[in-house]
Design a protein around this ligand. Sequence first.
Ligand SMILES: [Zn+2]
Length: 449
Amino acid sequence: MINGILAAEELIASRVAHTFRSYPKQITTAIAALLLCAGGGAFAVASLGPDAADLPVQQVLEAVTPLSFATQTEALDNHNFTLFRTDVTRASDTADALLKRLGIEDAVASAFIRSHAEARGALFNRVGRTVTAEATQENRLERLSARWMPDGDGGFKRMVVESTPAGFVVRTENDALTPSSRLASGVVRSSLFAATDAARIPDSVASQLADIFAGDVDFRALRKGDRFAVVYETFEADGQSLRSGRVLSAEFESNGKLHQALWFQPPGQKGSYYRPNGDSLRRAYLSSPVEFSRVSSGFAMRMHPILNSWRQHNGIDFAAPTGTAVRTVGDGTVSFAGTQSGYGNIVIINHRDNQQTAYAHLSRIDVKVGQAVSQGDSVGAVGSTGWATGPHLHFEFRVDGEYRDPTTLAQQDGGVPLSPAARPAFDRMALAARAELAAAFSVVQASAD
Ligand SMILES: [Zn+2]
């Protein structure tokens, strides 16, 4: 137990230390704001500190000791500095086109890449791959590199084309991703996804925000001026982020009300989100069987268009395109997965206390009878099988076989209270999260208007 807590604290300490190294200026501003407000003691105070719009644009840079003037001029005289350029591969790319965009004028390098299957594959098999070139001052290629994550692997691959005295050589290496974290913030002007796009926040993080605050905020009816800050995991290859992970802490101010959450994993338990005061945000059931995504966010949850009440057709319909993932709203066991007249393809899941949920009209079923499922696991995809006029998910909630109002599901508690033993670690983490989120609000986005 003690060891678990110490390990958790070490993890927190190393992550926070990383954030402090990556965002020194923002963190300094945040700490200053926290100290100024220390008398108040309220958590809310921190985020009311620096308004992003009032702050000068800050570039996040590592502290670097400048080279002496003599060293710099010497370097210039010797023409021995390297130019770094980065671009992203396109569907129409050829070796010539890619090198040209990277500012390389090197016919030998171009011919080498064209003739080398390994290099061609790494560069052109996938659109959107980030490629970095290092060039001489004469725009000759010194080194070209691309990094990507192979499917179902924890690490990443790095392909390097390098100039040697004997000509160009290619090597492909496997390496481990470095866990890191990113601070970001945004202001809603039209929708959540427009705001997260402007802040260069990936869709998976936006969807997590919608789930975390589902009980507090209606994401289909955000107001202009609502704002948020988020700290999320990223996994980097040589400093380039290849994948984002879990939201670590977040706050969302909607309609003038501030909501905050942080991820915490008590030793020996499942992690979940908590409010800064230690209340668990985990619910026994998710508020929606369809993830709030770029695709589904434009579609409203609706009662039956004719009957206009869940009572009259026993459930709620979620309009969404065919193929949209459907997830179980709670932990349980699959009790039925197959076809029933009217329902078409349907999955029924048994939960605690004789409660059941049903997911109907599916185009695809992903689970088998008897299978244990965890909250959020995919059970199938939206379709229009059975008696359905168009693609939608028909969702039911039953207790002891009786139909109930599905909107009451999300109100059921499901969180584990913090143990007294975990409390000190939690409080330290909440304090660090406070500093990080305050700092996130001062990360000015280049694209913000
Ligand atoms: Zn229905």
